[in-house]
Design a protein around this ligand. Sequence first.
Ligand SMILES: [Fe+2]
Length: 306
Amino acid sequence: MTAIGLTTTQAPFIEEVRGRGEIYIRQPYELYSEENQETWRRLYARIRPRWEKFAHPKFMEGVQNLALDPHNVPHLDDINKFLQPLSNFRAKAVSGYVPAYVFFECLKNREFPTTITIRAGDSLDYLPEPDIFHDVAGHVPMHTDRRFADVLVRFGEVAELVAEMAQGIKDEHERMRRLDSILKGMARFFWFTVEFGLMNTPQGVRVYGSGLLSSYGEIAHVLESPEVQRYPFQLEWVVNQYFEIHHYQPLVYIVDGFEHLYDEVARLEAWIKDGKLDNLSPGEPSVSEADLSSFLEAKKDHPVGA
Ligand SMILES: [Fe+2]
């Protein structure tokens, strides 16, 4: 029997589990179709030479250390066997969108919510939502680096602080207003680092952001095109900078290393405590109702610190 497929645009299994409200799921590997496997092979084969040229050396080490399979969609269990001993992180299968707080809480617990569907074979280039190629080939190799993994954990801790602070604001209107602004700033920070970040290395500027590492076109464009503005990371700009997801990024930021990135997350936290993210410039990304409530509902039963 031919497998029914786990294609992003058509996956009855995903519709079913989401219908039941399940976020964490198993990876029903038997459902990947031959077309899905072929899509993985093609995506991997065409991007591999670009990784060698543009990706951060730690990313390439990660690809090697995970024994990332060029020929078949990876089994998350296999990935985790290699990943856990290196940074104690694991990829955890999810049914799709995860509310922001839940996402950050997973990071704090050293788990990475991982999409298991794969894009359709006729749309290799553009996909507005994550798929397993973005999540496993774009994100997970970086998680093999302990310092980078610690940055993700730090994001989770910041989210916990934000939930605690928001829940402590008595006036409801003010609570929503400030939370909306802070979450916008966090999303922008995450976008310009974990998703689209560049890093200085002894070999020159290299890509560590997964949105770039999983995009055959943009990974080259971001480093080679004279149209792209590449600036040293500057927190003031990053948290106030509008971005949108449907075009190549015209503006990206370079950090000096993993320690620098970690320190900037710590600085983000200090800025949040000082109220510096309470009145950010408006614009994208918009913060969804679900994301706001995920922060307001966080840890109701187990107050932070309890
Ligand atoms: Fe991503």
